[in-house]
Structures are given as C-alpha cells and as structure tokens.
Design a protein around this ligand. Sequence first.
Ligand code: PLP
Length: 283
Amino acid sequence: MKNIAYYNGKTGPIEEMTVPMNDRACYFGDGVYDATCVVNHVPMAFDDHIDRIYRSAKMIDIDIPMEKAEMKRILQGLVDQVEGDCHMLYWQVTRGVGMRNHPYKGAQSGPSLWAFVKPQVMRDVFGAYKCVTVEDTRFLHCNIKTINLLPAVMANQKAEAAGCDEAIFHRGERVTECSHSNVHIITNGTLKTAPADNLILPGITRAHILKICEKVGIPVVEAPFTIEEMMRADEVFFSSSSALTCRIKEIDGKPVGMKDEKTFAMIRDAYQAELEAECGKRK
Ligand code: PLP
C-alpha cells in the first residue's frame, strides 16, 4: 500500500476515504492535530507528538477517550502497512459528529480520530531556502495545534507564489514563527528563538534544538526578536518535524544569514544524528 488513511476504525487509501459531513471539523475546524516524519517505519519523537496532541486537546476541552498507548498502537499499525522508507504521519482528533451547533456539550458522538500516512520527500538539510515575511493575523492561541489553519494556508500560498519556501510571521516588528515551522536566529554564536508563549506553537523540533544547544554548549536566549534583528543575524533557520532544520539565505528578496555555518552545522548535524539514532539511516 502506498498510503493509508483511518477514520474512527475504518481504513483505506486516502483518496477513497469519506467522513461524515457532521463531523465538527467540517463546520468549525473543531479539533487538534499532530504530525511527524516517519523514517524506516519509525515515527520520529513519537511520544513527544502523542503528548502534545493530548495537551492540545485538553486546551480546547476535548477529552480523548483512549489511552496514549492505544493511540500509538493504532497509528503504528497504519505506519506498518505502507511501502517505502520515508513518510509523513498525520493525525487529528476532532470533537466528534453532531448537528451543527456552536455549543458542544451533549449532542456529539464523542471525539473522532483521523489519520493518514503518505510518502514524503524530505527537504535537503544542506540546502538554503528563501522566505517571505507576512503579518501574523492568526488568533491568540497559536500554542494549541488546532486544525484552524486558514491564515497559515494564505501565508504559505503567498510564499509559494513568490517562489519561496516558507512564510515568516510577524506581529508588527516582532517575529513569531513560520506558517508551519518555527524560526530561529544565531548572532555571535548565540541562538535566539521566540519564547514558547501563546503566539507560537511549541515545536517538538524546537525543543530538541534547545536540548542540543545545551549539550553542545551553544548559548540560548528564548526571547522575542524583531524583523530587523533577523535581517542582520549571522544565521536564520526554520525547523519542523518535516523540514528538520533549514537554513535561510533570503528573506523578502534580500540576502540574510549564511555567516556562521559552524554554529548552524553543529545544530543541524546533531539533529540528523538524533533522527538516525531513533529511526535508522535514510536510504
Ligand atoms: N509552528 C507551526 C505553526 C507549525 O505548524 C509547526 C509544525 O507543524 C511548527 C511550528 C513546528 O513544529 P514541530 O517541530 O513540532 O513539527
């Protein structure tokens, strides 16, 4: 099987799966999701992602009616059925199925679990990427990984239309994160990244990067930084479970970073080593 999808116990090829129209995902985007890369049928940082979806669900008052181990077992069962060695595992929990109504107590079926596994080509971590900046018009709960992604979709489309790879969000002068990754800068050998408050998603890759920095002795400042600071930083890079660590060479058509490869490479290589230790070598 090349890909597989799952909805509340039913499985099949993604293209053939259907879901009930009254699932609250359709009307309200009423749910949370998580995703990670899968190498050699091993989902990277699986427990971290499982923990995060339970946290996200709790923050929007969804009580997932299964143990974490059971969710993991279902997802691993899907991963095991697909051919190939590099995939994306995506899953979401929505509040459930019920006649459209804003209040959610009472009339729902109980949470729905959706998932799919599809082949994924990973970005080249030795490449250098282009970004655009976009005003961050998302809401004030960006720490919750909800399926309400319209501003991120619009921003990412803007990046693609400009021939770029990612959109960097800012609220006024303050850089927050990207449309589907976190962004970090390196200046004078110090890594600076936005604090994990309600304006960014606390990325699992970001958390791993912070631990790596501690291990290899790169000082870290978790504090807001400005567009101007980013434009003159020695290095700028984005991180996510699918992009891993991607160096940025151009923002809004202007050259940036690319001045401290040594520090960036320490982070990139240590993260690649973690991926390899957990999932094995990529073929
Ligand atoms: N920020 C946003 C808005 C995201 O959507 C993502 C990933 O989907 C990330 C950051 C990176 O998170 P992670 O490293 O857990 O993949």
